[in-house]
Design a protein around this ligand. Structure first.
Ligand SMILES: NC(=O)c1ccc[n+]([C@@H]2O[C@H](COP(=O)([O-])OP(=O)(O)OC[C@H]3O[C@@H](n4cnc5c(N)ncnc54)[C@H](OP(=O)(O)O)[C@@H]3O)[C@@H](O)[C@H]2O)c1
Ligand SMILES: [Zn+2]
Ligand SMILES: [Zn+2]
Length: 346
């Protein structure tokens, strides 16, 4: 084992404390990465604040960039010094139909999550990238394209790819009318990507307070979800609605915005939903979901972002301020992604 330093929540405690962590020795197909930047995803907040048994702990962090420091004996794709990016999947079975199709995120044997997952070889619980070092199977690291800022690119690896896969799968491009509900980490990247793909893009937010930002991000229109008249006037208006809202909510108002044969895609709150079938029936509407990305999709996203200059709008903080970042994220006080600078752990 090798040791590193990171930020961990132990037992019932819902804040992170600096802790010494163990990483495995490199397997032949592993690389060791010095983590330089890690985004703060709302999922990390859910994980830190959720109930834990005494003795259980979590080290969050699943969208990061850094530099390769060591390679396992069989690694040929990377060498020490290469800039890399890693998302929220660090392994998968490699054999099932989903893995063979390059959708390791949907692996039938369940992908190994970057934190809180179970390592396929030694059964240990994975520890995330709020830490100075991560050891990862080389297949699940991506080369960071030149031209992408490593700090602003980190959120592409979870927030970005989670909205990219449905945008691509639904064929979003010029002529598509897209709406994005919730202008946060996922939402602002969904807006930038939809705009870069050529779609006519609208932000749906709870207040008009983010309208200026929405337009600066490239959105063509803003709809305030708490204004029933405007919501009613926007009935059947969008081919695709990407819903990034992080809490349980009624889908009815959002389904009513979807055009005939259009799709509402839930990527935010993942849990039970209640649905009035008539909201689907009238207009032959579709409901879908998505999460994370496969290896080819993630690589395509990184190339697209490098080509189109898309990255997150970030607030970069030393990692010692991680609890402040989580508190502010909880209060919706972030524009639009916190990224931790892990160099203060050296
Ligand atoms: N499917 C996946 O694989 C995947 C991947 C990553 C994250 N997630 C989940 O996606 C969700 C969003 O993550 P994020 O990092 O983008 O979060 P975030 O930065 O907090 O953004 C969420 C946005 O939703 C709106 N919102 C917040 N609370 C709301 C509420 N109670 N009701 C209605 N709208 C609300 C806010 O936008 P406005 O101020 O504009 O209203 C907020 O900025 C989280 O639940 C996260 O766990 C899923
Ligand atoms: Zn995430
Ligand atoms: Zn599989």
């Amino acid at each position: 084992m090798r040791t590193t330093v990171g930020w961990r929540a132990d037992g019932p405690v819902t804040t992170l404390r600096r802790a010494s962590l163990e990483r495995r020795d490199l397997r032949p197909d592993d690389i060791a990465v010095r983590v330089d930047h890690c985004g703060v995803c709302h999922t990390d907040l859910h994980a830190v604040r959720s109930h834990r048994e005494p003795g259980a702990s979590v080290v969050p962090g699943h969208e990061f960039t850094g530099v390769v420091t060591e390679t396992g004996s069989e690694v040929t794709r990377f060498a020490a010094g290469d800039p890399v990016a890693v998302g929220n999947i660090v392994d998968a079975c490699g054999e099932c139909a989903m893995c063979r199709a390059g959708q390791e995120n949907f692996c039938h044997a369940f992908p190994t999550l970057t934190y809180g997952g179970t390592d396929r070889h030694d059964g240990s619980t994975t520890l995330g990238a709020y830490s100075r070092e991560y050891v990862v199977r080389d297949r699940f690291a991506h080369r960071l394209p030149a031209g992408l800022d490593p700090a602003a690119a980190a959120p592409l690896l979870c927030a970005g790819v989670t909205v990219w896969e449905p945008l691509s799968a639904l064929g979003v491009g010029p002529g598509t009318r897209v709406a994005v509900a919730g202008l946060g980490g996922l939402g602002h990247l969904a807006v930038k990507l939809a705009v870069a793909l050529g779609a006519e893009t609208t932000v749906i937010s709870r207040s008009a307070g983010k309208a200026g930002d929405a337009r600066r991000l490239g959105a063509h229109d803003v709809l305030v979800s708490t204004d029933p008249d405007r919501m009613a006037a926007a009935r059947d208006r969008f081919d695709v609605v990407i819903d990034t809202i992080p809490a349980a909510h009624d889908l009815g108002p959002y389904l009513r915005l979807v055009a005939m044969d259009g799709t509402l895609t839930l990527v935010g709150h993942l849990g039970q939903v209640t649905l009035e079938a008539m909201d689907l029936l009238v207009g032959r509407k579709k409901l879908s979901s998505a999460g994370s990305g496969g290896r080819p999709g993630t690589a395509a996203l990184l190339d697209f972002c490098a080509e189109h200059g898309v990255a997150a709008d970030i607030e970069l903080l030393p990692s010692a301020r991680v609890n402040e970042a989580l508190d502010r994220l909880e209060r919706n006080d972030v524009r639009y992604r916190f990224v931790l600078d892990l160099s203060d752990l050296s």
